[in-house]
Design a protein around this ligand. Sequence first.
Ligand SMILES: [Zn+2]
Length: 314
Amino acid sequence: MKKLIVILVVLALLAAVIAAVVLKKPAEPPARAGTVVTSFYPVWLIALNLTDGIENLTVRNLAAPSVGCLHDYQLQPADMKLLTGADALLVNGAGMEAFLPEITRAFPDLPVIAASEGIDLLAEGDAVQIGEAEGEEVNSHIWLDPARAIRMAENLANGLMKLLPGSRSTIAENLEKYSMRLAALDAKIREGLRDLPSRDIVTFHEAFPYFAASYGLHVVAVVNKEPGEVLTPTQMGTLAAEISRLGNPPLFIEPQYTDLSARTLAQETGASVFMLDPVVTGPEENVPLDYYETAMLKNMDTLIEALSGPGRPQ
Ligand SMILES: [Zn+2]
C-alpha cells in the first residue's frame, strides 16, 4: 500500500513537472514581430517612448506625420492598408479622431487604446472666436499640458502591457522614466512662466487652452482657420478691433497653419507675432525621444519673450 502511495506521489509530481513545462509557454508568450499603429504625431511620440527597447515591434503613424492636427482628416487607402496588419490602434480620443467609427466598422476586432481615457476635458473656451470653430464639444488638444501627457502615457502603457504581456516590465520601466521626464518638464515650464507681467495671448487654432489653464495664461481670442485659409476682410476688421480692445496682446501662429492673416493683422494693429508649436508635426525618421520636451521648452522661451518683452504696449 505504501509503495502504491509512493508511486502515485511520484506520478503526480511528474505530471506537475510536465504540466509546468507545457504551460510555461502560454504564460510568457514569446516575442513576435508586431505592429502598433498610432493616429497622429503626439500619440506616436508617446508610443515610441513607451516601446523603446522592445524588439520585433514596429510603431507606425497612421496619418503622415506632416498632416498635423486631425480635424477634418480623411482616411487614405494607405491608412487602411497599414491597419490591415496592425495589432492595435493607439489614439488621442476626446473627439480628435472623427474617423474612428469608420475604422471600427472596417476592423471590428482591432483593439483601440485611447490616451484620453479618464482625463479631465475642457469645453470649447470662452475666448473671442473669429471664424468657424471646429464644432467639437470638448477641446481635444490634451497633450499640450504635460501633466495630462503623463496621464496619456499611463493609459497607453496600460493598453500596451495587456497587448504585449511579454514586454510588461520594459513598458513599465519606460513609463516610469517618461513620466519623470514629463513631470520635470511641467515643473520647469511652471517656474519659467510664473512671473510674467502679462498673460493674454491670441492664437490661430484652439490648441493651447490646456496649456494656458495649466500655467495661468489667458487665451483671449482664437482665430479658427484651416491650414492655408486666410481671413476675409470682414473677419480681419472684427479681429483687428478685438485685438485693439484687448490691448494688443501678442499673436501666436503655428508652423502648420498659415501666418498670412497674422502678419496682416500685426501690421494693422501693431501687435507682435510669435510662433508656438502644438507638436503635431516633427521629424519622421530618427525621432529624438525627447522631441516633445524640446518643442515645449522652446514654446516656453517664446512665451517668455513675447509676454515680458519691453516693446509690448501695456
Ligand atoms: Zn488642433
